[in-house]
Design a protein around this ligand. Structure first.
Ligand SMILES: [Zn+2]
Length: 488
């Protein structure tokens, strides 16, 4: 904590000059989360309103922002803490609206997709995930992500929401419990508490909603997976009943629906959040209108569409942020060429044999998904940034910076991407906390990122952290370095 001089203005000026070195030097420090702190002299960017405040004075009392003003030469209060952030850019903390904490992002985390139990039993994978809860949480803070939505996992997800509240360097969590699904995934159900529960009838669906409601979920999640044995219409009565019962209980519903007709059915039935892009074809005008009229939020999760395929084909290209801030054990596991040759699952064998085919499929998916994102965004549909982190190759925390690149490729401006990642993320977060997130304004939580360079000039600057603040606690970037540096 730094106390400013309470004597003359001259001394205060001098103190502030000296503090620049202290605050943003190598010394680890905390802004007080009780008492008052002023962040001064930075450019405040509030993407939701598009407002840019040069030379800003942001007053923080406890864990809240209580004032944002354009600064004058007059320095704010004399007895309070003042942090000089001259030349920096301050934004609301980022929100990743689609993650899964029951998955690590490593190669062994989805035995229903590639079964590697003979290399590393899934039970060990789950134990590893349990042991690395805090590590995973901290990587979100390190990536400037101060809130996340876990859109589906086992019943233990609800305990996780409480754990995150009690851990210092953790994002705030909104959570869904097990996915109400059209297909079963028994490979993931250890100890009977699986993340995916197959539901065959509307009555079963209603029953599960009522069971989940006791845990006060932030979302009820539906896995609306269609295929040769599962038509859109076959599962629709379950979708209808689950959404109706959830809404009766004042619960919002998130739906996985990646084909246009599945997504259309989900939105028509009242889905509050679509957790992925439509990837099979271009969205049409009636669908766009339906989304906009219903106020359905869409979370594009572009990064996850390339990561399974690239990992299996031995073509994973992680971003520098992922390599620096991702968990090193998770990243090491993703090199499929290190697998014992006699234990490589067929799906990975096929991808390794023809990587160009895999890359071509990814390109085709992006042709559709990126164009759909642009169409929906331009039409005024609410887009909330999300990664689906935890899936194989999608790295908890820094995956969001690859998502930013892809949103940029889709044609969104840096300001628009940042609005999707702050104000719109807050809308997706919902509940009592949502309205207090995602903006730099009086009454909002003091969840902020402080950047060295201007993200409006280049979205790549969105990861150029000087510090991250969560609930009024300031963490200089250097204090968040978790991985050993390569030199050591
Ligand atoms: Zn997901």
């Amino acid at each position: 904590m730094i106390k400013s001089s309470n004597s003359s203005g001259y001394h205060l000026q001098l103190t502030i000059l000296l503090m620049v070195a202290v605050v943003f030097g190598s010394v680890s420090m905390h802004a007080a989360s009780t008492g008052t702190t002023y962040l001064v002299n930075a450019t405040a960017i509030d993407p939701g309103s598009g407002k840019v405040t040069p030379n800003a004075v942001i007053r923080i009392e406890g864990d809240r922002i209580t004032a944002v003003e354009e600064g004058s030469d007059e320095l704010p209060g004399k007895r309070e803490d003042v942090i000089d952030a001259r030349g920096k850019f301050i934004l609301p903390g980022y929100i990743d609206a689609h993650v899964h904490f029951f998955q690590s992002g490593d190669l062994y985390t989805r035995p229903d997709v590639v079964d590697l139990n003979n290399v590393r039993p899934y039970k060990e994978e789950v134990a590893w995930i349990e042991r690395h809860r805090r590590d995973t949480f901290e990587r979100y803070i390190q990536s400037g992500i101060t809130s996340v939505i876990d859109v589906g996992g086992p019943m233990t997800n609800f305990r996780l929401r409480e754990l995150a509240k009690s851990v210092e360097k953790a994002p705030r969590l909104a959570v869904a419990g097990p996915l109400i699904s059209s297909v079963s995934r028994p490979q993931l159900a250890l100890k009977g508490d699986g993340p995916i529960v197959k539901i065959d009838t509307p009555a079963q669906g209603v029953q599960l909603v009522q069971k989940l409601a006791k845990q006060r979920p932030d979302f009820i999640k539906i896995w609306y997976v269609v295929g040769p044995d599962n038509s859109v219409e076959k599962f629709r009565p379950v979708v209808h009943a689950v959404i109706a019962e959830s809404h009766r209980l004042k619960l919002r519903v998130a739906v996985h629906a990646t084909e246009l007709e599945t997504a259309r059915a989900a939105v028509a039935e009242g889905a509050d959040l679509l957790v992925h892009s439509v990837t099979d074809q271009a969205v049409d005008e009636p669908f766009v209108r339906l989304m906009r009229e219903r106020g359905t939020i869409l979370c594009p999760t572009l990064v996850v569409f390339e990561r399974y395929g690239r990992t299996f084909a031995g073509k994973l290209e992680l971003t520098p942020q992922e390599r620096a801030w991702g968990n090193p054990e998770v990243i090491a596991s993703l090199d499929v060429t290190k697998l014992p040759p006699d234990k490589i699952p067929d799906r990975i064998k096929a991808a390794l044999a023809d990587p160009e085919l895999v890359l071509d499929r990814i390109r085709k998916t992006y042709e559709v998904a990126l164009a759909n994102l642009k169409t929906l965004h331009e039409a005024g549909v609410i887009i909330a940034t999300g990664t689906d982190a935890g899936n194989i190759g999608t790295i908890h925390g820094p995956a969001i910076f690859r998502e930013f690149q892809l949103m940029r490729e889709a044609g969104l401006s840096p300001m628009e991407i940042l609005a999707c990642t702050t104000a719109n993320g807050a809308k997706a977060f919902g509940g009592e906390m949502g309205p207090r997130l995602g903006a730099i304004a009086p009454g909002k939580m003091a969840d902020l990122v402080i950047l060295n360079s201007n993200p409006l000039e280049d979205i790549a600057h969105a990861s150029d952290f000087q510090a991250v603040m969560k609930s009024g606690e300031l963490y200089p970037a250097a204090s968040l370095e978790i991985n050993p540096s390569p030199e050591r």
